[in-house]
Write a protein that binds this ligand. Sequence first.
Ligand code: NOJ
Length: 687
Amino acid sequence: MRVRSRFKPNFRLFAAAMVTVVGLASEAAWAQAVVASAASPGDVLSVEVQIDGMGKLGYDVKRRGKEIIGLSRLGFNLVNAPKLDGGFSVKAQKVSEHDDTWEQPWGERRYVRNHYRELRVDLEQKNRAGRAMTVVFRIYDDGVGFRYEFPAQPQLRDTAILDELTEFAVAQPATAWWIPAGELPGLEEMVQKAPLKEIGTANTPLTLRLEDGTHVALHEAALVDYASMWVRKVEGQKLRAQLAPSSTGPAVVKHGAFTTPWRTLRIADDAAGLYMSDLELNLNEPNKLGDVSWVHPSKFVGVWWSMHLQHTSWNAGPKHGANTENVKKYIDFAAQNGFRGVLVEGWNQGWESDWGHGGADFSFTKPYPDFDLPVLAAYAKEKNVRLIGHHETGANLPAYEKQMTAAYKLYAKLGVDSVKSGYVHEAGSMQFKGADGKVHYGHYDSQEGVRHFVKAVTEAARYKIAVDTHEPVKDTGLRRTYPNWVSREGARGVEYNAWGNPVNPVDHEAKLVFTRMLSGPMDYTPGIVSLVGADGKVFNSTQAKQLANFVVIYSPIVMAADLPENYAKYPAAFKFIRDVPTDWADTRVVNGAVGEYVSIARKDRKSENWYVGAVTDGQARTLPLSLSFLDAGKQYVAEIYRDGDAADYRNEHRFDLVTEMRTVTAKDVLQLKLAPGGGQAIRFVPQ
Ligand code: NOJ
């Protein structure tokens, strides 16, 4: 028997398969006993499961023997049954190892290795008629995921969850990069940096840098039919899961057997290591859609930025952007420049009402009279271009769900094979239809919100339509299971630079990469080479940074968002935008520090070309870029798009872009000189 007190944290680590079951009858309530443990395949991370004298469950996580997550509680408070917290004993346990490599239909890299040790601990509550619960840990060298599994059992037929008691007691003083949860802008809050002990209730991914430099990102994987997990500070550096509330009852209601989403911890030496992990993707179920060759990673342009600049309008009238003649021009522009798609917003009836507060008038099948949908769809196809559909719902789910299938069918008939959906609302005011048929309001990331987003994507898949969700529920790696869920917004996009109040800060992208982007692709709408929003609002960016963003902010579908006339003004910059692909065979984060800078190298899926994007915050920097990722023995021409020597995001030199060519090999190290608020983009073409 191995017993320890809470006050003696330095307990010896257990090797992977060494597990011990202990009885606790005679121990004091505060005594902790390690009842199971396992380590990752390379012995980097280890997990111990503990039970105290009251039968309460806990776990801890160590990295190379050093505590990262100290003893943290596991369990639930239920609404309709006694709590699942305490009185637990171990019925059985098992450690197994898994190692395979799977292929992504599209992504940051083609092949993903899924190598972990799994620790399953079957528990029972003897004092509660033997209620059963299993806690499963998957321990990777670069992170840990765990979830709760409930077998079908008569003692727990219907489970109504009040609180999930899962804790994350961060063991060292840490700095956090976080956004608040449950607040009005949803996921579009500004990323804040603060000592972990000072944060409030946070959304995930929550990125932490511990005192010894270790980086940790707390998130979840496979969020399906369950409430989103927020994390609330309990005391000091201890966080507890807080389930996004339902507006009509318990946060989560389940019937019969069920599993929770995975609670995940990426753990790495540095920020770069966090981004390189595939933890959440690996924890999701494999592709359920089969052949997805109908999903096309590609770039597009859109009748979009002109609306945000208020040059054109979504609604009908003299400024209506989605008119047949205007859209034809965009289709021609796309065809001439090799863009596959043209997004058209404001094509459908219903934009006249106060749609941001209700969306009740939207039709998803009726175009405005000056927008000839069949003619434009055919015109586009003829030119090897596709219209991209748009469904702004105003977060009115009853109205949308009523029309959704007909809307997808219409698009499918016309060859429109992707749709951008939108759920503009203030958090807490998404509309749902209850079992009683009445409309109620609630959180977009509540269990019923989560259900809707998955329903919209799976229904679209039936019509071979890819979905790019704006104002979405956060990404938890479901693109593995549903590869037609190609992208999402879910953070402050470039549109904030049109609106102001305020525009995005200069360190925005260097923060996004190591926070929001850990969850999955983002439809960021990069490439505004004109660097100006509505009413002369100026971007906190040089022009070179706008190019770098195509590599730095990953999405398989990317809008070259500026107006065609602005691209005509800046042909050098536009060349990179035309050339850069959106689907990658491989990705390497060469260097990075959260909120300061990052350089990412990516290899094209369809050629031997490599691309690099580097961005900095407000500080000028020179970043060494080792080209060791290139094929040894080959020569490459590097087409470099860099900040000019006087470039600075704070003055008119923000437009100073220098293009130059160099011949390089894998042995070279380039020095990337980035201006304040600047960036650099490079295309490497083998000779
Ligand atoms: C907000 C979205 O982020 C933006 O891209 C879209 O143009 C508007 N909503 C209208 O749907």
